[in-house]
Design a protein around this ligand. Structure first.
Ligand SMILES: *[C@@H]1O[C@H](CO)[C@@H](O)[C@H](O)[C@H]1NC(C)=O
Length: 339
């Protein structure tokens, strides 16, 4: 015994990992049973379609599922009138939904509000497969599959229309695939929080996309972790919203994060691109102006890269974020200038 006194034994690392896993399971199981299962969008919107704050809820069938959209396009507006406008399509990220872009940071300065202030701009936000009110199916959901869903939904809801696509996080990956494989629905792409090559191993992204982790944590603890890891300015937004989000969508979509690399197709891009780089995102996820510059070096399409100080991965939900994103979209893509 006495020989141990000089060098006290450290607690082995696996023991700490096991304790953390047990704690996560203990915290996560009741979450899943009591919380994420019983709170869905349907709590807020018991009927199929609703209208509020100038936004309409619409369902369309595409790629074999029911896709939920929120749009400012007027109901029954003549096709010619709708066609004369510029359409913006918002594609949310993993665990976020269409409604968040109408509610945060507040309904008067959200992405939907800021875009609607521009003359002739019609805004539509989509719920990805397994998210919000769009059908949950078995996974995994590749970015390519999500893009097929979104393209199909747009063709069905707005035949012949091209969209200025704004994507957040995995939604930006969807925007990239739309611009490559569904050119008929794309006028331009803009976005933040994703790279053309996401296949580089990154511990946080790997850890928070493991099904045993995501299922054990449940949506609310995942949201809490995301807010810490991503250093989000408006704390609580994601946690509050997570109560409306089916866990399965997060589990199945996160599996695609590190399985995405379209850098070899850079020469195929024709749509103008606006790549947004909030500085706190660079620290948290490695998405940076320098990285975008390297990746788009061989791209012949118009590429604008804009940096933002003080904003995080979730810039579109942060105070002043939507206004700056929309200003950049106006500068880069001429949004709201000609109808
Ligand atoms: C992504 O693809 C490019 C081009 O094919 C390749 O050079 C690069 O190594 C890939 N990234 C990873 C992490 O494998």
């Amino acid at each position: 015994m006495s020989e141990r006194r000089g060098s006290p034994r450290r607690m082995p690392r696996w023991w700490i990992a096991a304790a953390l896993a047990a704690l996560a399971a203990w915290e996560g199981l009741p979450q899943q049973l009591l919380h994420t299962r019983d709170t869905q969008w349907y709590v807020e919107a018991p009927t199929a379609d609703w209208k509020r704050d100038g936004v309409r809820s619409v369902f369309v069938t595409a790629n074999g599922i029911r896709v939920h959209l929120e749009t400012t396009a007027e109901e029954g507006a003549g096709e010619a009138a709708v066609a004369a406008r510029q359409h913006v399509l918002i594609v949310p990220g993993t665990g976020t939904g269409a409604g968040m872009f109408r509610r945060w940071p507040s309904k008067d300065d959200s992405m939907v509000a800021e875009l609607s202030k521009r003359k002739g701009v019609v805004v539509t936000a989509v719920d990805l497969r397994g998210h919000g009110r769009t059908t949950v199916t078995p996974g995994p959901y590749s970015v390519e599959l999500l893009a097929e869903d979104v393209a199909g939904a747009m063709r069905s809801a707005f035949p012949g229309e091209k969209f200025h696509v704004y994507g957040l996080s995995v939604g930006m990956g969807v925007a990239m695939v739309l611009a490559l494989d569904h050119k008929d629905v794309v006028a331009s792409i803009s976005g933040n929080g994703f790279l053309f090559d996401r296949s580089v191993f990154q511990f946080d992204a790997w850890f928070f996309s493991r099904p045993f982790v995501t299922r054990a944590l449940g949506m609310q603890l995942l949201a809490t972790a995301a807010e810490m890891v991503l250093d989000i300015n408006e704390r609580g937004v994601f946690v509050e919203e997570s109560r409306h989000m089916p866990l399965e969508g997060f589990v199945q979509t996160s599996l695609s994060w590190l399985d995405f690399n379209v850098t070899h197709r850079m020469h195929e891009y024709e749509a103008p691109m606006l790549l947004l780089s909030p500085d706190k995102d660079a620290k948290a996820t490695g998405n940076s102006k320098a990285q975008f510059l390297r990746e788009t070096a061989g791209c012949r399409a118009k590429v604008d890269i804009v940096e933002f100080a003080g904003f995080s991965h979730f810039m579109p939900f942060e105070r002043g974020g939507p206004r700056r994103i929309v200003e950049a979209m106006v500068r880069s893509h001429g949004l709201g200038e000609s109808a």
